[in-house]
Design a binder for this molecule. Structure first.
Ligand code: P6P
Length: 344
């Protein structure tokens, strides 16, 4: 008798199955959070499809609109925003969305009648000015509970410090498309297999090296960096075999991509206050907080140069913050220069 076909022994774990397994470890879990994550992953697949076709259909370029950030809105920014809103509205688990592409928070429950209890804050497509030149871009999302005291969700309900996030993640649309997320129990990465349309567990239990040899910053702004930061940049560029300096500079103008590389290989991403961005450029609620949760869960560190990002109490949806994020020892070293502490 011929042997039955035995599939490859590798244990193929889909994102859906992983989410269900995680849910089964949560006593009292209703499945609502799992469904919310499923809704996000569906939108990510649709945005991925749109991005991969961008060169072939008329979705390159700009909408002619200026978004709330005062930046020219790319067609794909608007498309990505619409896809995530549509998926979250259809799923019914989300009651309020905050998006880089929309000036005001978007309440969903009144429109759908659903009683979703999650708030999703997101940058639907970060780094989108890179799309026309085929450089990787990303989606970043942050998930909070709607606090008990709020009947109707409104913006105030969303303005919680990052330490209150119950989930955070990003999608990087690069040489492959990956979804990386945490719910506070470690960080896991899933790679989209386009042949089956599933995100498959490819990077279980991601941890980030305590030390790396890569620094990511726009050195075109050096003149406006505070003195301590200018000293730190000179320090990383100084030759020293023992500490493997000079470090490599890698900065591609797409935060998610720079962050993802540094997360896996070790490194530091810095966007400090500059003359043009006196509060820093990265947004607190839907860029810095979610990736700060991820990096801390992976053993890294994220501050504004002085205080933990996740401790910042927000007062505006689109507020910005200086950001130093990545390998713990590298962020601490940069902070020591910012404090103008004696350099060991
Ligand atoms: P600059 C993209 O607009 C973004 O928000 C990040 O993805 C990226 O790291 C940064 O801004 C690039 O900004 O000022 O260096 O061009």
């Amino acid at each position: 008798m011929t042997e039955a076909y035995m599939p490859d022994e590798r244990h193929i774990m889909t994102l859906e199955q992983f989410i269900i397994d995680q849910q089964e470890r949560e006593p009292g879990a209703t499945g609502a959070f799992s469904r919310l994550l499923r809704d996000v992953s569906i939108a990510a697949k649709i945005v991925n499809r749109d991005i991969r076709r961008a060169g072939l259909v008329d979705i390159f370029g700009t909408t002619g609109e200026i978004n709330v950030q005062g930046e020219t809105q790319q067609k794909l920014d608007a498309l990505a925003h619409a896809e995530f809103v549509r998926a979250l509205k259809r799923g019914g688990e989300c009651c309020l969305i905050g998006s880089e592409e929309h000036a005001e928070a978007i309440p969903l429950s009144t429109q759908t009648g659903a009683d979703g209890k999650y708030i999703v804050l997101m940058d639907p497509l970060d780094g989108s000015s890179n799309i026309d030149v085929n450089v990787s871009v990303g989606t970043i999302f942050s998930i909070y509970y709607l606090p008990e005291e709020y009947g109707e969700p409104d913006l105030d309900a969303a303005l919680q410090p990052g330490s209150e996030q119950i989930g955070a993640g990003y999608v990087v649309y690069g040489s492959s498309t990956m979804l990386v997320y945490t719910t506070g129990n470690g960080v896991n990465g899933f790679t989209l297999d386009p042949s089956v349309g599933e995100f498959l567990l490819s990077h279980p239990s991601i941890t980030t090296p305590k030390q790396g040899q890569v620094y990511s910053i726009n050195e075109g702004n050096t003149d406006s960096f505070e003195e301590g930061l200018q000293e730190y940049i000179r320090w990383v560029q100084h030759h020293d075999d023992e500490s493997k300096r000079p470090y490599k500079t890698r900065y591609i103008g797409s935060f998610v991509s720079d962050f993802h590389r540094n997360l896996l290989k070790g490194g530091i991403y810095m966007y400090p206050a500059t003359k043009n961005n006196k509060e820093g450029k990265l947004r607190l609620m839907y860029e810095s907080n979610p990736l700060a949760m991820i990096v801390e869960q992976a053993g890294g560190r994220a501050t504004d140069g002085h205080q933990r990002i996740l401790d910042i109490v927000p007062d505006k949806l689109h507020q910005r913050t200086p950001l130093f994020i990545g390998s713990e020892d590298m962020v601490k070293k940069a902070e020591s220069f910012l404090k103008k502490e004696p350099v060991a």
